[in-house]
Structure formats: C-alpha cells, structure tokens
Design a protein around this ligand. Sequence first.
Ligand code: AMP
Ligand code: ZN
Length: 111
Amino acid sequence: MEPCPFCNIVAGEVPARIVHRDEQCTAFWDIHPQAPVHLLIVPNRHLADLNEAAAEPALLGHMLGVAAQLARRMIGGGYRLVINTGREAGQSVFHLHLHLLGGRRMGWPPG
Ligand code: AMP
Ligand code: ZN
C-alpha cells in the first residue's frame, strides 16, 4: 500500500502544525492555505474518504464538533467546512479530511 501522508502526520513521522489531537482525530494547518485560517481535521484511523466513513456517524459527528470548537477558537466569525470526495470533486489525498476555512469573505458557488 502507498504511504499515506495524513497517517504519517497522525503517527508523528512527518511534521505538521498540529492544533488539536484526541483519541479519534487530529487537526493541523494545511500546507497550502486557501484562507487566513485553513485547517484539516482527519480521523486518526485511515479511512479513504467520506464514503468509507459513512458507517461511522459517531466519528463524523465528533469531527464536526471539533471543527466547530476550532472555528470558535481560531476564526471567531463565519467559516466553511469542505469535504472533497473523489477525484472529480478535487480530492487529492485519500485519507478523509475536513477542510476548515475562515478569516476572509468567501464566494458561492465554489469552483
Ligand atoms: P484535497 O484536495 O481535498 O484532498 O485536500 C488535500 C489538502 O491536503 C490540500 O489542501 C493540501 O494542501 C493538503 N496537504 C497535502 N499534504 C499535506 C501535508 N503534508 N501537510 C498539510 N497539508 C497537506
Ligand atoms: Zn491515511
């Protein structure tokens, strides 16, 4: 199996700017931020995408709660959560991640 960049971050084998860590998920800064605050929230266990995680509502709910807490702590105002699922939608890392973006005004629809 190909090495997974986010498994490596969770394992502490690759450096990242980690802002939150608990028994279920880890959150860190995106290396190519698209907003003044751009964090990624990932499950500690490898799940390729939202489809693989669909049978785990407790985990998904926990990750959403962590996202809201981080948004309150680090953004304050409005924010956006994005889960790209599949190459057609722009997913490039196949370890589930929530993008948490904020700190600027955003357009709609997204590109
Ligand atoms: P996506 O295109 O939705 O799969 O998002 C993948 C995101 O992961 C992109 O925004 C990348 O900038 C980010 N990314 C890739 N590798 C790393 C890394 N080692 N540390 C932090 N962010 C990363
Ligand atoms: Zn992984």
